[in-house]
Design a protein around this ligand. Structure first.
Ligand SMILES: Cc1ncc(COP(=O)(O)O)c(C=O)c1O
Length: 405
């Protein structure tokens, strides 16, 4: 079979591949613990369920405007005003099938072949592949000081005349780090001066801990939505735990939204109306669901850090947002893919190799599951790797003895 060179060069999403592997093991009855996931366990907010159910009951499930139902766009405009202090017009908003599609549409609309897109390591796994899918070149900037907090100077050194876009994801998947306001101020100022587009992937923006509330990027520019290089992507997947509805959106200047709408019209026509009704329900319903989720996840983060503290030779930076942390496992293996495979084989724990996020030797561990999954999961990891941990463990009803250390 003759598959295109481009398609054959694109890697599968490692997280989705791991989800599938874990699912198949569970189907076989294996007591797998999933520390690789990217979705919380909460029940869908009732207002989202009722919104989509009303749509279904009405039996009016047809094509909708490509850029989104007007009533959902209205809710997004209100959300943007409340959370970002800016009032977009409906022409500044396009709804897509998940933030993933929003980002892909943006890159498709902005990047010419050979244009460069700057990604800050650790970066979300899908960015480099999406950049390649539009024939662009991903340029990765890795903070030299070993922190997950980039510095403007490092980015400046990587900017060339081909740099078209910089993608910022804060709080960050996979590190859990929210960048400082001063870094965001610097990068916005830099991008406005240089005419480089800044895509803010804000999918976790309200999932921050310990009372921190990073300022939105718009606060650092006096340009309006029509003239700024700041573009904001958001969605319902993470904040409301509604990953399955697949709704995300973009706030950008009208011309860009118009072009994205044309692209979307040729690819998916429009996002599902049932899902859009759910998103409207989530955005207009009680917002304490987000606070409750945030508090649960913050508690899970604390449990995860507590468990990792007693893991010999593993260091971790305290995340201040998202569902993830990115501990350094280089003392055990320099090859994170091999290590993740070993841990799944021996301890039946799913982790995500850091190499996929541009951080070889690290593993991404999620704490969006239950407290039990976190404690038992880390206990198993210790059993498999840490010579100071007991060498016997029960996994399901099997007693296992570590004989490889
Ligand atoms: C940083 C980041 N951006 C975007 C997405 C995609 O979100 P959605 O489910 O809305 O497509 C994810 C999902 O894992 C993510 O982690």
């Amino acid at each position: 079979m003759s598959i295109s060179k481009l398609a054959s060069s694109i890697k599968e999403s490692p997280t989705l591949a791991l989800n599938e592997k874990a699912r198949l093991l569970r189907v076989k009855g294996e007591p797998v613990i999933h520390l690789g996931g990217g979705e919380p366990k909460n029940k869908a907010p009732i207002t989202a369920v009722l919104g989509s159910a009303a749509k279904l009951r009405a039996g009016d499930i047809k094509y909708a405007p490509t850029d989104g139902l007007p009533s959902l766009k209205k809710a997004i405009i209100r959300y943007t005003e409340e959370n970002y202090g800016r009032l977009p017009s409906p022409d500044n908003v396009i709804v897509s099938t998940g933030a993933k599609q929003s980002i892909y549409n943006l890159l498709f609309s902005l990047v010419d072949p050979q244009d460069e897109v700057i990604l800050l390591a650790p970066y979300w796994v899908s960015y480099p592949e999406m950049v390649r899918m539009v024939y662009g070149i991903p340029v990765v900037v890795t903070p030299e000081d070993g922190t997950f907090q980039p510095r403007l100077e490092e980015i400046e050194e990587s900017v060339s005349s081909y740099t078209k876009v910089i993608i910022i994801n804060s709080p960050n998947n996979p590190s859990g780090m929210a960048y400082t306001d001063s870094f965001i101020a610097d990068i916005v100022d830099f991008a406005e001066r240089k005419g480089i587009y800044l895509i803010f992937d804000d999918i976790y923006h309200r999932l921050t801990f310990d009372g921190i509330h990073p300022k939105p990027a718009y606060e650092f520019t006096d340009k309006d939505i029509e003239n700024t290089r700041v573009i904001v992507v958001n969605g319902i997947s993470k904040l409301y735990g509604l990953t399955g509805f697949r709704i995300g959106w973009t706030v950008a200047n009208k011309r860009l939204v118009e072009v994205m709408t044309i692209i979307q019209s040729q690819v998916t026509s429009c996002p599902s109306v049932v899902s859009q009704a759910a998103a409207e329900g989530a955005l207009t319903g009680m917002q304490n669901v987000v606070d409750n989720l945030r508090l649960t996840i913050q508690n899970n983060r604390d449990v995860m850090l507590q468990e990792l503290k007693t893991f010999s030779d593993v260091t971790v930076r305290k995340p201040n947002g998202t569902f993830y942390c990115l501990p350094d496992f280089r003392a055990y293996s320099k090859n994170s893919l091999e290590l993740a495979k070993f841990l799944l084989d021996k301890a039946l724990v799913v982790t995500v190799p850091g190499v996929d996020f541009g951080m070889e030797g690290y593993l991404r561990l999620s704490y969006c599951g239950s407290v039990k999954e976190i404690t038992v999961g880390v206990e198993r990891l210790k059993w498999a790797l840490d010579p100071n941990a007991p060498n016997e463990i029960y996994i399901g009803d099997r007693k296992l003895i570590r004989d490889w250390l």
